[in-house]
Design a protein. Structure first.
Length: 243
């Protein structure tokens, strides 16, 4: 049975209030999926829940009209998860953003460390990747994609009380799962370093920072994208909404 197309829109969603789709969305519905007037589409905007809508115009640009609400918008997930990561090569960075969205990160922050290889990022591309991942995974909101920041600035911008879980390839004071079990209910930020890891100076700074917890992700040195996925999955299993 074909899956009903699901799209993110920025417009307000309410019964009978038509929503004009952009050119890319219109092309997807009308020319890729070949839908006609009356076809069902699901819409969400991160504020008004999810709606069943009918394709009500099929010219060059599609228009859809919400008919009935399928899901009510829940409050923001608590505790909240932020991912701080040093950008790597393009495909691997794209994967990190996609998986962070799938795994429920509330905020994704590209961070410049001393060994960060890719220092220029395209936030518009990250937001598109996050949007598509949210559409495909039944998520009702989008993560915030923050502007690229230095390590110091990114840490200073964390909300007060956020626990920083520092994934240290040289080993942590405790295994990650054991430490996370003690921080249930606390907002957390996971910090993933670049290829080549953090410098000794950065590691010393992080270990001396209040509210920062170095952890080990096991006996193997993980690639940056693997570490990001592993740490987020572990946090969701221990502290997040998987339970």
């Amino acid at each position: 049975m074909p899956t009903t197309p699901r799209l993110f829109v920025s417009a307000v969603l309410s019964a009978g209030r038509a929503v004009a789709l952009d050119e890319e969305q219109s092309n997807y519905l009308l020319r890729v999926l070949r839908l006609g007037a009356g076809s069902e589409v699901r819409l969400f905007n991160g504020r008004d829940g999810e709606w069943a809508a009918a394709l009500s115009a099929a010219g060059k640009k599609a228009e859809v009209t919400p008919v009935s609400q399928l899901r009510v918008q829940p409050p923001p997930a608590r505790p909240a998860l932020t991912l701080l990561f040093a950008p790597v090569k393009k495909d691997q960075t794209d994967l990190i953003v996609e998986k962070a969205t799938e795994l429920g990160a509330a905020c994704v922050v590209p961070v410049l460390t001393q060994r960060t290889q890719t220092r220029t990022v395209r936030l518009d591309r990250f937001r598109k990747i996050a949007l598509e991942a949210a559409e495909q995974t039944e998520r009702l909101d989008l993560p915030e994609i923050a502007d690229v920041a230095s390590l110091d600035a990114a840490l200073a911008a964390l909300p007060s009380g956020t626990a920083l879980v520092f994934c240290d390839e040289t080993g942590g004071a405790r295994p990650a799962a054991a430490l996370m079990a003690d921080m249930k209910g606390r907002d957390a930020a996971l910090l993933i370093g670049p290829e080549g890891g953090f410098t000794p100076e950065e590691r010393a700074f992080l270990r001396s920072r209040p509210g920062t917890y170095p952890v080990s992700l096991g006996p193997r040195i993980l690639r940056a994208e693997t570490a990001a996925v592993a740490a987020m999955a572990l946090w969701q299993a221990v502290c997040g909404d998987w339970g």
